[in-house]
Design a protein around this ligand. Structure first.
Ligand code: ATP
Ligand code: MG
Length: 563
C-alpha cells in the first residue's frame, strides 16, 4: 500500500472512526469505498478522496472498495472506467478483487424499492417534472402533497412493474419515497427514487429503462458492500437524513455511517467533470491528458510523481469547511519530491553557438558527472566536451547591466563541471544584427572548476557540446486560467482561459545521455527547471514537458543575481 513519509494523519474523520472502534460500533471493522461515477476522468479533487478512503482503510487494517457509481446511463462509458482504474492504480492504491459496479445491483435495488412500496413508503407519482418542482415548495415554504401520494400499494406495485416493463413514456411517472412534504430539509420532501430513461447503459445495455437516483442507489450500494464509513463531500450533508431513512425503513443488516468533508478547490483551475469535459470537447486543450489539465492523466503526462500528489493530499488534510488551496502548496510538494529524486542533466532551451578557439579541433573529453551532487548513490554519466558548444542565449549580454554576472565580452565564467572560459569575440548576423556566435578561450588549468592561482569567477553556466547534443522540443506550461477562481464573474468560465498557457520551443539541445530516456521519466535541467519526457517523443526528436520551474538552483546560490 502506498505510503508517504509523514506521520499518520489525524482529523475529525479518523477521530470518529477511532471512536467507533472503541465502542465496537462496526465490530471492529473499517471498510471504505471510493465511488466515482464513470462519466469523466479523475482529477486532483478525486485524488483527495482516493487518498482519504484508501489511506484510512490501510491505517486501520481495513479494506477499501473501488466502486463505479454507474446509475445514470447518460455520459457513462467504458473509456472512463478504464481511465479510473488506471489512475487509482497509478496513485499507488490497490483493491484486489474488490472492484464493484452499482449497475450490478440494479435487480437488488429494484427489489428494495418494491419492499418500500409494500411498506407504504414509496409511491408512483404521475406529476411531470415542472409540477414536481412546483409542489416541492422552497426553503421558506413547505411543499404540497402530490395528488398521487395516496395510491394503493397494489396500484403502485402494478405501475412500478409496468414502468420497468417499458409501458410508459419518459417523464410520465416516477417512483418517490413517501416521507414528509413539510420537512424543513427539502431533500426529505418525497424525493424521487426511480425515473424512466430509454437510454442504453454502457454495461446493462437495454435491459433497464428505469434507473435509480443517486440517493437511493448510493446508500444501498454501501450497505450491500458492508461499508462501515461512507465518506463523501460536504454538499451531501443535507442528504444524510435521507441516506439513513432508506436504510432504516428497509431495516438492512449493514448501516454505514455517512461522513462529509470539504471538497478540494484549487486556484487557477476548475475541478468539475462537467467543466473539464467542456474544455476537452471544445478543444481548449489537447485532451483529458493534456499536461495543463488538473486530471490525474494530465498530471501524469506532465510528470507529477504520484507520491508527490499523495503527499499533497495528506498535507491539505480534511476539514469541514470549504477553502481554496493555493497551487503553490502543490508545487511545493512537487519540488520537494523532484529535488530529491530527479537526475540532474544539462539542456539548452535557446541555443547560442560558442566556439573555444584555443581548444583543439576534433578533440573530445568525457567528463564523469554526478546525476545528483548531493546524492552520490544516484550515480553519474559521461558528459562530452568539445570545441563547439551551445549555451543559453540569455547567459550572454553584450552590454551587461550592473548585476549581470554571466558571460559578456572580456568576461570569464565557469562551465558547469569544468573549465573557465573567457569571451574574446562576438559574431553577429549581418542582416539582423543579432548575436550569432561567441568565441572564447579556455584555461586548461581549470578543469577541476577552480583556478590554481585562486582566481574567481562570478557565475557558472550550463552548456552542451554542439556535435554530441541531441535535438529536443520543450513545452512550457503556465496556468490554464488567468484568474484564481474562473467560475466567479463571467458567465462562461472559458473566457478566463490563459492564452499563453502553452509555449513550445522546438530548437532545444539536450545532452546525449538523454537519448534513451523513456516517456514519463523526470529530470532536472540544471538551472532551468524540472522536465518529463512526453510520449510524443520519437527517434528524431525528444519532447519534454516542463513540470515546473526551479526555485533554488546552484547558479543563484551565491545570491548575487536574479535570473
Ligand atoms: P465532479 O464535481 O468533478 O463532477 P463528482 O463529485 O460528481 O465530481 P464523482 O465521480 O461522483 O464526481 O466523485 C467520486 C468521489 O470523489 C466522491 O466521493 C466525491 O465526493 C469525491 N470528489 C469529487 N470531487 C472532489 C473534490 N474536488 N474534492 C474531494 N473529493 C471529491
Ligand atoms: Mg457525482
Amino acid at each position: 500500500m502506498a505510503q508517504t513519509n509523514l506521520s499518520p494523519p489525524f482529523d475529525f474523520i479518523r477521530e470518529m472512526i477511532e471512536e467507533h472502534l472503541r465502542t465496537n460500533r462496526f465490530q471492529g471493522r473499517v471498510m471504505t469505498r471510493f465511488p466515482p461515477e464513470p462519466n469523466g476522468y479523475l482529477h486532483i479533487g478525486h485524488a483527495k478522496s482516493v487518498c482519504l478512503n484508501f489511506g484510512i482503510a490501510a491505517q486501520y487494517g481495513g479494506t477499501c472498495n473501488l466502486r463505479m457509481d454507474d446509475t445514470d446511463p447518460s455520459g457513462e462509458n467504458q473509456e472512463y472506467v478504464d481511465s479510473i482504474i488506471q489512475d487509482v492504480k497509478w496513485l499507488g492504491f490497490e483493491w484486489k478483487d474488490r472492484l464493484f459496479y452499482a449497475s450490478d445491483y440494479y435487480e437488488q435495488l429494484y427489489q428494495y424499492a418494491v419492499q418500500l412500496i409494500k411498506k407504504g413508503k414509496a409511491y408512483v407519482c404521475s406529476l411531470n417534472a415542472a409540477e414536481i418542482r412546483d409542489y416541492r415548495g422552497s426553503l421558506t415554504e413547505p411543499g404540497r402533497e402530490s395528488p398521487y401520494r395516496n395510491r394503493s400499494v397494489e396500484e403502485n406495485l402494478n405501475l412500478f412493474e409496468r414502468m420497468r416493463a417499458g409501458e410508459f413514456k419518459e417523464g410520465s411517472h416516477v417512483l418517490r419515497a413517501k416521507i414528509d412534504m413539510a420537512s424543513p430539509n427539502i431533500t426529505m420532501r418525497d424525493p424521487i427514487m426511480y425515473r424512466i430513461r430509454y437510454e442504453p447503459h454502457y454495461r446493462t445495455a437495454n435491459q433497464w429503462c428505469i434507473y435509480p437516483m443517486y440517493d437511493f442507489a448510493h446508500c444501498l450500494s454501501d450497505s450491500i458492500e458492508r461499508i462501515t464509513h461512507s465518506i463523501c463531500t460536504l454538499e451531501f450533508e443535507n442528504n444524510r437524513p435521507l441516506y439513513d431513512w432508506f436504510l432504516d425503513e428497509l431495516n438492512v443488516e449493514y448501516h454505514p455511517q455517512q461522513i462529509e468533508f470539504a471538497r478540494l478547490n484549487l486556484g487557477y483551475t476548475v475541478l468539475s467533470k462537467r467543466r473539464l469535459i467542456e474544455l476537452v470537447e471544445d478543444k481548449c486543450v489537447r485532451g483529458w491528458d493534456d499536461p495543463r489539465m488538473p486530471t490525474l492523466a494530465g498530471m501524469r503526462r506532465r510528470g507529477y510523481p504520484p507520491d508527490a500528489i499523495r503527499n499533497f493530499c495528506e498535507r491539505i488534510s480534511v476539514a469541514k469547511n470549504d477553502s481554496l488551496i493555493d497551487v503553490a502548496l502543490l508545487e511545493h510538494c512537487l519540488r520537494e519530491n523532484l529535488n530529491e529524486k530527479a537526475q540532474r542533466v544539462m539542456a539548452v532551451l535557446h541555443p547560442l553557438r560558442l566556439v573555444i578557439d584555443n581548444y583543439p579541433e576534433g578533440q573530445t573529453e568525457e567528463w564523469d558527472s554526478p546525476y545528483h551532487p548531493q546524492n552520490p548513490e544516484m550515480g553519474s554519466r559521461k558528459v562530452p566536451f568539445s570545441r563547439t558548444l551551445y549555451i543559453e542565449q540569455e547567459d550572454f549580454l553584450e552590454n551587461p547591466p550592473k548585476k549581470f554576472y554571466r558571460l559578456a565580452p572580456g568576461r570569464e565564467v565557469r562551465l558547469r563541471y569544468g573549465y573557465f572560459i573567457k569571451c574574446v569575440n562576438v559574431i553577429k548576423d549581418p542582416k539582423t544584427g543579432q548575436v550569432a556566435e561567441l568565441h572564447c578561450t579556455y584555461d586548461p588549468e581549470t578543469r577541476s572548476g577552480f583556478a590554481p592561482n585562486g582566481r574567481k569567477v562570478d557565475a557558472t553556466i550550463h552548456w552542451v557540446s554542439a556535435d554530441h547534443s541531441i535535438p529536443a522540443e520543450v513545452r512550457l506550461y503556465d496556468r490554464l486560467f488567468r484568474v484564481a477562481n474562473p467560475l466567479e464573474g463571467k458567465s462562461d468560465f472559458k473566457e478566463y482561459l490563459n492564452e499563453k498557457s502553452l509555449e513550445t520551443i522546438r530548437s532545444c539541445r539536450v545532452e546525449p545521455s538523454l537519448a534513451h530516456a523513456s516517456p514519463g521519466s523526470q529530470f532536472q535541467f540544471e538551472r532551468v527547471g524540472y522536465f518529463c519526457v512526453d510520449p510524443d517523443s520519437s527517434d528524431k526528436v525528444l519532447v519534454f514537458n516542463r513540470i515546473l520551474t526551479l526555485r533554488d538552483s546552484w547558479s543563484k546560490a551565491s545570491g548575487k543575481e536574479k535570473i
